[in-house]
Ligand binder design. Structure first.
Ligand code: MLT
Length: 328
């Protein structure tokens, strides 16, 4: 029997699964101070989403008792992987569970941007009937640039192609065959992707390499018109990780009309500051990091992470280990 603490919530089915397998589950969130004072040393495993941050100091404070960190989701940027590996703590995640939900949110943001859905709604609530100025464009016939070409990007690409878009990607780690199989044009140079696409959607991890990869200079390269010459403007969507889009650069690009619309589900600092200037920009709309926030995804995430944490605790092969290659 292991003691497992769940700090950012988890589906009831997943909690029941852990308990049915004889584990003691504690649902509790901790302050930064409590985490630094070693409160996790009472547990064998912790399951987090993105709210709980596990930097080196917190990991070191567990004094060798914590054995497994489960990340209920994909991104592990809230966990210091090197520190976990040094401490012999396995980090496992649930990378497949939210794919479809993030694909659908990305498409929703793309459509909401070009058809002014949020902007129209804001106007309606103020009693405005702005039919003419809400004229949008279609996705069909436009070019979509996907930064990163993992499962989510491939899903977005398939829907976009079904809607008549040309799909391009920049992913320096992608075997060219994968892009070819998906009828997607792979660019070796990220600037070429921006030069070729009127719509850019971000689907990579946040790393030193991708920090502010979407910046003012690159946005200025975007063509603003379709291959048939239709002036459709330039559009940016990010449902991956905050910090990949440079928010100051984005604001400048929106102010200058370099970018016609921007939609972010993720921000460099979350929760986003309500005074953030982007939130006041007419051509911006956002959501509060809800890519994986569907009943279906959360149910799958919960079950997957519960199974992966139990497998790791029991020394069985885990489907999604993040740091097995680093463990000492
Ligand atoms: C993820 O990495 O799984 C998503 O961004 C969802 C989340 O962090 O809650």
């Amino acid at each position: 029997m292991a003691k497992i603490v769940v700090t950012d919530g988890m589906s009831k089915d997943a909690v029941r699964l852990l308990e049915k397998n004889g584990h003691e589950v504690t649902l509790q969130s901790f302050s930064k101070e409590e985490l630094l004072q070693g409160c996790l040393s009472d547990f064998d495993a912790i399951i987090v989403r993105s709210a709980t941050k596990l930097p080196k100091e917190v990991i070191e404070s567990t004094g060798g008792n914590l054995r497994v960190i489960g990340r209920a989701g994909v991104g592990v940027d809230n966990i210091d992987l090197a520190a976990a590996s040094d401490a012999g703590i396995a980090v496992v995640n649930a990378p497949l569970a939210s794919t479809q939900s993030v694909v659908e949110l990305t498409i929703a943001h793309l459509l909401a941007s070009i058809r002014h859905i949020s902007k129209s709604d804001r106007g309606l609530r103020l009693g405005k009937w702005e039919k003419k100025i809400m004229t949008g464009t279609e996705l069909s016939g436009k070019s979509l640039g996907l930064i990163g070409f993992g499962r989510i990007a491939q899903g977005v690409g398939m829907v976009a192609q079904a809607m008549g878009m040309d799909v391009h990607t920049y992913d320096p780690y992608l075997p060219p065959k994968v892009a070819r199989n998906q009828s997607t044009r792979l660019h070796k140079d990220v600037d070429d992707l921006f030069k070729s696409c009127t719509h850019i959607s971000v689907h990579c991890n946040l790393t030193d390499e991708t920090h502010h990869l979407v910046n003012y200079e690159r946005m200025k390269l975007m063509p603003g018109k379709s291959r048939l010459g239709l002036k459709c403007g330039n559009h940016i969507v990010n449902c991956a990780r905050g910090g990949i889009v440079d928010e100051d650069g984005l604001l400048q690009a929106l102010d200058e009309g370099v970018i016609s619309s921007a939609a972010l589900d993720v921000f460099e600092h979350e929760p986003v500051d309500p005074e953030h200037e982007l939130l006041n920009h007419a051509d911006f709309h956002g959501t509060p990091h809800i890519g994986a926030a569907t009943i279906e995804a959360q149910s799958r995430v919960g079950t997957d992470i519960a199974k992966n944490v139990m497998d790791s605790l029991n020394g069985r092969a885990v489907k999604a280990t993040v740091n097995s290659h680093l463990l000492k």
